[in-house]
Write a protein that binds this ligand. Sequence first.
Ligand code: F6P
Length: 364
Amino acid sequence: MKKIVISTGGGDAPGLNAVIYAVVHSCYRRGWEVYGSRNGYGGFLDTDELVQLYPRDVEGIYSTGGTILGSTNKGNPFATPVENLAGEIQIVDVSDKIINNFKRMGFDCHIAIGGDGSLDIAHRFAEKGMPVIGVPKTIDNDLSQTNRTFGFDTAVSTATEALDKLHSTAKSHNRVMVVEVMGRDSGWIALYSGISGGADVILLPEIPFDMEAVCDKIADNELHDKDYSIVVAAEGAVTRDGQRFNKGKGELGRDEMILGGVAEWVAKEIARRTGKDTRSLVLGHLQRGGSPTTFDRLLALRFGAAAVRLVEENIFGHMVALIDSQMVAVPITEAIQVRKKVDLTSDKVMTAREVGICLGDSNK
Ligand code: F6P
């Protein structure tokens, strides 16, 4: 009999509940016990935050968004801000307490579902002796060593649907619509949704953009009797002269805005340079919400079941991954080293250029 604890960390992504569902069922059929840690590492610090999970507790959750384990953004146990009696904020390391509780409770393995930040924390626990298995999650799809993360397909579908809807209103008013999608460090959502949603311009963090190229495309549309344009910008897009718009780490390691969003800035620049009626919108957390697509559900269920197989084989310190349609195990250290960027020589980028989409550079 084994005793497993599962946690969800970082921003939510559609498919988290499907992973939990698969882990609970896969453990249950082996006669193992599985517990959920509420609010990130909450269950490792306070037994009230630890819940034993049975199949009846996860009935039907594979199709729901969010996570049944509560808030995923509860900070870093290696650097937790705590208010002392004088009302001052101190940074405290509670990792030893977590390790001791993990051992005292008799757990055999921690299955950590998270993006690079949460997997980095999981890796640090692995180095301290905790048997850990990682499950890759991020709507941004920018984790290395896996072809896909769950949540991405749902986010792309949501963004594409929004673009489909924006065409008719943009056309009715002869406007330029600038749509900001998520993707702090990589342009996967922008590229996939932009191509599928008929964008005229797609701005990716991987290709620093030039406003002249963007405005040339809008002018070119008009020359060809298309009086409206759709621009999709990843939140992490940067200008050719290095202007950034998205978040950076501020005090206490929390995300803070550097400037207003990229969409607002690009929309103002287009209006200033072309005189076109221009509007901007930020799709934001809409892309993280809702029910996972079939692809994400299936991927998340496969990840959960594969994670339990790794526990059975005593393969720890690894992350389950999708490589060439197969479930494989890769060392967590390799997955968190670098962000997976859009490959600029890929056929998707070539497709975008071939169907006439401007990628913010002068390369046609
Ligand atoms: O990492 C996933 C992500 O969706 C990023 O694209 C985005 O910058 C971030 O989460 C937003 O996170 P928060 O919920 O902290 O605003």
